[in-house]
Design a protein around this ligand. Structure first.
Ligand code: GLV
Ligand code: MG
Length: 350
């Protein structure tokens, strides 16, 4: 078993003067984490408009930012953080990975210049709890030095074979953990999967139905390549009270496939996904806001069992304490959506 801090010390700040760690991940609507390249001035100029349409704005410093733009991206993120009030929209950054030449300056500069504005740091290529412990301690030292008032949380990307092996230990590494996202592109490479896609399915991954008459066509059913990893990530996150997310979907021209991938993740327990293109914002809103019919049915279950116990029949379907809990997950999420999205809230009729 890996060594962990004693329960008494687990929630103690890791540096004198650092803020108290959160005891639970703050409740916020995070249906999409919208990625922006902060070195791009034109994109920075439109940030207010974008921030009003999404749940989380993320300034990306890692992959997709060219090596010669890494410092400009870091400076751009700091200026977008300082110059804007993000209101209820979350402000995150994805820093470079721990073994890169940029990570240390990413963290030190951002906490110094914008530590009171940033909600979450996304850490890529996390391999084990030691990666979280390192960033945890460093953040505490920097928070103390720069009088940061509330802890900056860590969101790990699950995108290496070793990281998947250690997923439970990563989830339990620190009270600073916010959640995790699946990183299907890096994970595919790390595992030696034979794909060139950023997330989504593959036409050759599936099962062939048994043969009937000789020569008759046999149906082929495509399967979800990410089912296993999303399942492990969801269990690890929910066991520790963290939030699981599907990550990127790279084919911007195939919105139907993006929606299907997001929906599989939602049904399995994920709370959001990344939007890499403006068209994916509305897909994420649609998928990660519970369906109106489901919310209405769930509300009927809660209303029929006010204290959450017993058994009742609704439309021929058996309900009991367990379905009451399922219904509560959906209604709680719908209420959270309604608190930010008045139009959807009205449809839910809560
Ligand atoms: C995301 O970072 C990925 O590698 O898919
Ligand atoms: Mg990646």
């Amino acid at each position: 078993m890996a060594a962990i801090r004693t329960p008494a010390k687990f929630f103690a700040p890791l540096a004198i003067g650092a803020p108290e760690p959160f005891k639970a991940v703050p409740t916020r609507l995070e249906r999409m984490i919208h990625f922006l390249p902060p070195h791009n001035e034109k994109i920075r100029a439109k940030i207010k408009d974008v921030a009003s349409q999404v749940d989380v704005v993320l300034g990306n410093l890692e992959d997709a930012i060219p090596a010669d733009q890494k410092e400009a991206a870091r400076r751009g993120f700091v200026s977008m953080a300082r110059d804007n009030d993000f209101g209820t929209t979350g402000l995150w950054t994805r820093i470079n990975c721990l073994n890169s030449p940029w990570m240390l300056d990413d963290v030190t500069e951002i906490v110094k210049e914008a530590g009171n504005k940033v909600d979450v740091i996304m850490l890529p290529k996390v391999e084990g709890p030691w990666d979280i412990h390192y960033l945890d301690q460093l953040l505490a030292q920097l928070e103390a030095r720069h009088a940061v008032k509330r802890p900056i949380m860590i969101h790990a990307i699950l995108e290496t074979a070793e990281g998947v092996n250690n997923v439970e230990l990563i989830a339990g590494a620190s009270p600073r953990m916010h959640g995790m996202s699946l990183g299907p592109a890096d994970l595919a490479a790390s595992r030696g999967m034979k794909t060139t896609r950023v997330g989504g399915g593959h036409p050759d991954y599936g099962v062939l139905a048994d043969g009937g008459k000789e020569g008759a066509a046999r149906a082929f059913y495509q399967q979800d390549l990410w089912h296993y990893t999303v399942g492990r990530m969801v269990d690890a996150c929910l066991a520790y009270g963290l939030k699981p997310f599907y990550g990127p979907f790279g084919d911007f021209s195939d919105s139907a496939a993006c929606e299907a991938q997001f929906r599989n993740a939602f049904l399995q327990g994920c709370l959001g996904a990344w939007s890499l293109h403006p068209s994916q914002i509305d897909i994420a809103k649609k998928v990660f806001s519970p369906d109106v019919g489901e919310v209405k049915f769930a509300k009927r279950i809660l209303d029929a069992m006010p204290d959450g116990t017993g058994a009742v029949m609704i439309d021929g379907k058996m309900q009991d304490d367990a379905t009451w809990k399922q219904a509560k997950v959906i209604v709680d999420l719908a209420r959270l959506v309604a608190s930010k999205d008045a139009a959807r809230g009205a449809e839910y009729g809560l």
